[in-house]
Design a protein around this ligand. Structure first.
Ligand code: EPU
Length: 419
């Protein structure tokens, strides 16, 4: 497997553009199944997760055209002729659960492996299965697989017991072709959700309230295809802002929507970040950082996906703070590896760490456990004195396209070693 080798301590300068959002692209790749018509996706991020989702569509029979230079993917789902998702791909990609709703709505049936958990904690699918049942579907479960089927889906009233991003999206997509009215309550409000609803509405769906906690969907018989532009990745943008602050460097993060970063910006400013914020860019300036505690929260609260890089930033800030990871129970274990680099982090329980800073970090051999911890290790290597090696970088490639080339352009000393 490839690894990254980083020589730390290099100042950064210049501009870095934010790519299309993984967590927006993955949703449109599922939603397009609702119609037999073509869907053209612009500003597409070519990363392991989206390529895996495309492979699932191809295995189902969809025709895919890729134009990497223009960042455009065109998908013709009219030839989908299977209702069973590829086992290996499903097990690799947690978000493959998103295909279930649209497959059920358009073909009346879907069979797939349980997408399983992942390193950031348990990732149950009970809310999805309960949701499909509320639409009138039958569910057959075996140890590894499940099959959902329905002659006809009927509009449902669903109150989500927990706020769930993909759960909200899955039920919204399923309701589009269900008979009658669906009301979803306690919905997630992440920016990817109203963007998906806007696309579906342009194609003929009747969705109201996406982006708020109550979404109402009036079922329609069919929808058409259309054109979708993937929004800038708010997590990538936030990670780059934190990178500029860590490296005490002036960099311009371009092609982003600052308001999509939610609580991250005001919290960084409270911690002393000197930021220039434009309509579609954020500029970092060298800043003296002080410790500020955070608790992760659903949007627009402090995003759990931004927690790992922020935790690293706090190792370089003055004072003591607590990071409370409230969403996933496995998302702080990577801090062990920061401790080997010299960070002063005490784990209170799987959801909370106390950090005392600042402490100097030294290059080490690290292994990336998951996507967001992985990019944090890249940032840690860039901050540290000496050489850092990061293994298992497939996890980083899942969400960050050609990250080493983009970081080299702004002055980082990072190279990919193929093995
Ligand atoms: N949950 C359940 N049952 C379910 C579904 C969720 O108990 O059936 C729980 C989860 O265990 C968790 C909570 O609900 O405790 C919230 O998880 P959520 O369902 O919102 O997570 P997700 O939809 O699976 C998306 C992103 C994640 C991001 C989370 C939280 C996608 C494809 N993934 O996951 O992104 O961390 O929302 O914002 O949109 C990442 O990009 O690195 C990533 C992990």
């Amino acid at each position: 497997m490839d690894k990254f080798i980083i020589q730390g301590g290099k100042k950064l300068s210049g501009s870095i553009a934010v790519n299309g959002a993984k967590n927006s692209a993955l949703k449109i790749l599922a939603a397009l199944i609702l119609s037999p018509d073509k869907c053209v996706i612009k500003n597409f991020p070519f990363i392991e997760d989206t390529l895996g989702a495309i492979a699932i569509l191809e295995k189902l029979g969809a025709k895919v055209e890729i134009n990497r230079e223009e960042k455009i993917v065109t998908i013709d789902p009219s030839k989908i002729n299977k209702t069973e998702l590829d086992d290996l791909l499903v097990r690799r990609l947690r978000s493959s659960i998103l295909f279930a709703g649209p497959m059920l709505a358009r073909f009346g049936k879907v069979k797939m492996y349980h997408p399983g958990g992942c390193f950031i904690g348990r990732r149950p699918i009970d809310i999805f299965l309960d949701g499909f049942k509320a639409f009138g579907a039958d569910i057959k479960m075996s140890e590894d697989e499940f099959e959902v089927s329905a002659k006809e889906l009927k509009g449902a009233n669903i109150f989500f017991p927990k706020i769930t991003v993909t759960g909200t999206e899955a039920m919204m997509m399923t309701a589009v072709l269900a008979k009658g009215k669906t009301i979803l309550q306690n919905c997630a409000m992440e920016p990817e959700i109203p963007v998906l609803a806007d696309y579906l509405n342009k194609c003929g769906a009747k969705i109201k309230g996406a982006g708020t906690s109550i979404i109402e969907i009036e079922g329609v018989d069919k929808i058409s295809g259309g054109e979708f532009t993937v929004i800038p990745d708010r997590i990538e943008a936030g990670t780059f802002v934190i990178m500029g602050l860590l490296m005490q460097s002036e960099i311009k993060i371009e092609n982003c929507i600052p308001e999509h970063l939610g609580a991250l910006i005001p919290i960084l400013q409270e911690a002393g970040a000197n930021l220039e914020i434009g309509n579609d860019y954020i500029k970092t300036k060298p800043s003296e950082m002080k410790a500020v505690s955070v608790m992760t929260h659903e949007y627009p609260g402090f995003a759990t996906d931004a927690q790992p890089p922020y935790t690293l930033l706090m190792t370089q800030a003055h004072g003591q703070c607590i990071i409370h990871e409230a969403i996933f129970e496995g998302r702080l274990f990577f801090t062990d590896q920061l401790v080997t680099m010299g960070a002063n982090i005490i784990m209170c329980d799987p959801h909370r760490v106390v950090i005392n800073g600042p402490t100097k970090l030294f290059g080490k051999k690290l292994t990336s456990p998951d996507l967001r911890a992985g990019i944090t290790m890249v940032l840690a290597g860039m901050t540290a004195e000496g050489q850092t090696t990061i293994e298992n970088i497939y996890q980083i490639d899942r969400g960050y396209e050609k990250i080493e080339e983009r970081l080299q352009k702004i002055g980082a000393d990072i190279k990919r070693v193929k093995e």
